[in-house]
Each structure stands twice: as C-alpha cells, then as structure tokens.
Design a binder for this molecule. Structure first.
Ligand SMILES: [Zn+2]
Length: 204
C-alpha cells in the first residue's frame, strides 16, 4: 500500500481550524496521560483557511483532530471508481479571515471524509514494540523514540481490503491501495504526496 501524506506548502491553502468542532481534554485516571475527546461536530461547522491562494484537492489541516478533507473533485473521482473505505460525513463551507473578520469564500467547499478502512503495522518486521500500554485508555509509547529511522511495513493479514485505510496503531496515518495512488496520479489531484509503505514515519 501507499502512504498518503497531506501537506501544506506555500503553494496551497490549508485549514487552520474547523469552526464548530469542539473538543475537551481529560486526564486518564489509570495512566495520567492527557487525552483529547472530540464532541459532535455542529451542523454549521466550517473551515477557517490560511495560507496561499490556490485550493488543493487534499486540504492540510493545522489543528487537533484527524480530519480527512478533500475537494469535490476527489469525491467524484472516488465515487466514479468505486473506491472503498470511507464515507462522506459532511460538506464544509470555507471561511477566510480578512482584516479581522470572517469572510465566506464562495464557490468552494471541502468534504470531510470518515475513513473506515483498517490495516495495521507489522510491528515484528519493524522491530518495534508498544510499551506502557494503558488498560483504560489504550494509549502507549513506542519502544523507539526516533520513529523516522524505522522502515514501516503493514501486516496484510490485518487489512480489511478497503482502498483507503487508517493505520490502527497510528490512526493519524492514512494509507491507500495502488488503485487510489494511480487515480491520484492520473487525475493530477493536488496537495498530497504518495509515499512508499516503508516511509510512513518519514515526513517529506
Ligand atoms: Zn490511560
């Protein structure tokens, strides 16, 4: 599979925050870690955009939360090609801050996709272990601190065959099948790098 690395560059806009998507923090009584809890996204939720002029197909998000934000082009391409592993959760209008005031950007909206496909790392092959796993909240530490030295590998026995998946042990990472990687290249979808499976922990 391939890693989808969505990044903000100078060229493209990114979302600074999602308005109407509240969260709170709570200390786990078992391990003492501070955990984030997401509250339901409001009906009127919207995106606050920052950065460049051009809107990419895959929108980078700069605040807390693992949101997968894509353009209508991506939704059409995925639908036309029966890409599996997600559903469209919400359409989000886009706002920009102009001289201290929020202004709606007309003619554009992004779609929040909920990724439901799943796959997990082959930790044995990666010589990586989870340590200090909390029985209550499930948080853990990796046995290696500098993860960028680790070649990542997915355990295909854990793959649910979906084209788009979150990595169960590190749900911040989204991976895709070769079919999706080819579609991104063929349709020249912007704002995303397709990285090799072994480079999931490496930022480009
Ligand atoms: Zn805990």
């Amino acid at each position: 599979m391939y890693n989808l690395f969505i990044t903000s560059t100078n060229r493209y806009c990114y979302a600074r925050t999602m308005l109407g998507a509240p969260h709170t923090f709570a200390i786990c009584t078992e391990c003492g870690r501070k955990n984030i809890h997401f509250l339901p996204i409001s009906e009127q939720a919207s995106l606050l955009i920052e950065g460049g002029k051009r809107f990419p197909d895959f929108l980078s998000f700069g605040d807390v939360g693992q949101y997968f934000l894509v353009s209508d082009t991506v939704v059409s391409v995925f639908e036309a090609n029966a890409v599996s592993g997600y559903y469209v959760e919400k359409a989000l209008p886009v706002y920009r801050e102009v001289r201290g005031e929020l202004q709606k950007v007309d003619d554009i909206q992004y779609f929040l996709l909920k990724v439901i496909g799943k796959v997990d790392f082959d930790l044995k092959a990666m010589h990586l272990k989870k340590k200090c796993v909390c029985k209550s909240c499930g948080r853990f530490d990796w046995s290696i601190q500098k993860l960028s030295i680790v070649d990542t590998k997915l355990d295909m026995n854990t793959w649910d065959q979906c084209d788009i998946c979150r990595v169960s042990s590190s749900p911040g990472f989204i991976v895709c099948s070769e079919k999706v990687a080819n579609l991104i290249n063929q349709k020249k979808l912007t704002g995303v790098y397709i990285q090799n499976e072994k480079d999931i922990f490496r930022n480009r």
